[in-house]
Design a protein around this ligand. Sequence first.
Ligand code: SAH
Ligand code: SF4
Ligand code: F3S
Length: 440
Amino acid sequence: MASPTSPRTFHVKSFGCQMNVYDGERMAELLAAQGMTPADARDDADLVVLNTCHIREKATEKVYSDIGRLRREDGSSPLIAVAGCVAQAEGEEIMARAPSVRVVVGPQAYHRLPEMVAEAAAGKRATETDMPAEAKFAALPRRRRSGPSAFLTVQEGCDKFCTYCVVPYTRGAEISRPFADLVEEAKLLVEGGAREITLLGQNVNAWAGEDAKGRATGLAGLAAELAAIPDLARIRYTTSHPADMDEALIAAHGTNAKLMPFLHLPVQSGNDRVLKAMNRSHTAESYLRLLERVRAARPDIALSGDFIVGFPGETDAEFEDTLRIVDAVGYAQAFSFKYSPRPGTPAATMEDHVPAEVMDERLQRLQAALNRDQLAFNRASVGRRCTVLVERRGKHPGQWLGKSPWLQSVHFTGDAAIGDLVEVDLVEAGPNSLAGQPAG
Ligand code: SAH
Ligand code: SF4
Ligand code: F3S
């Protein structure tokens, strides 16, 4: 970038889901490939990329407050680019509301970020929210360095159209990246230091492709191929939809030793009328039967989910069904949200919106139940011996933090380094983490 006003340093800040985190990493790699250097704090950066999330109203409002906060004391601002799902959904509105934003780029177009930044540095404002059918991935630089635990987007977009959700509109139709590209990127991540790879997709288990021999395969086949990478120790995937949980993937939990015993499988509600109004293609009963099959393949599997309370029309009795399914499953961890009406989604125009104070009360009761189960799951792990993938140093000298196979945070003190897989005995459990002792 030759222009005298070209930014030299950048900072990418990602909000929302893990796929946005992945996209943020790829944007940083793109900018670095242009010769720009990352700034530690966004206050120091010439270019700030806000990689945004549109999933709930609060997430969206954050963008505007963040833009305001980037104004410096002397009244100037860094060059601001808004990327991610708010850029896709509200690009024009952002340009109108926030004159300091110079670039708006959607999640399927960010491979164009460097040229758009160059245009902005030359004085233009640039917007790109097309969803080209050809993959942006081909235009991204090769991956070089990675932490011990890396993300790999294998599938993007969503065709499910749950009535509350913006993702089908912000991320577009379901697409699967080709098998060979994914195997290559996984190998680069492992060469760059990754011991664990989490395969990402809005409906990751809808991934479909052809293996090296041209045979049709699903996520189980991809995971089997990745398991053959010698220095890759762990494979995870998220987020799954109950409708795409096929027999091969369930079986893989019993046969692929590198596939970790953890499954994030959102149910959203425990009531069939609400599930139908949400356009979820499962019932409470079919979901529970599915979990039985998963547990038959991998008895120690840790389960996780997402819940929405206060979907339009949800009655007290219908909410009780959600508490009932929580009791029946015993989640190891879960996320729960108050329903947030999103512009353009069918649920936003449904009748009988649930009052805020009712939603608050339901969320509190649900979270109390989920916290109870999370603590119970952690307590039941005490006495287990497992490997912990060391991700970073702890607060105390000689202390390390990492993850158990069941995705619990574990801390222990001993001889280790980041990226090690250490055998530990789990000796003490809290609500959010466990203490371990190196085995032997
Ligand atoms: N593709 C994933 C993740 C979707 S977004 C999936 O289908 O599971 C993550 C979670 O946000 C959803 O599972 C849902 O629980 C929640 N969510 C989505 N839209 C929402 C809305 N309008 N209000 C409240 N929560 C919402
Ligand atoms: Fe949204 Fe439903 Fe698609 Fe998940 S499956 S991204 S909740 S529309
Ligand atoms: Fe948010 Fe977009 Fe992810 S709306 S949850 S960043 S797909």
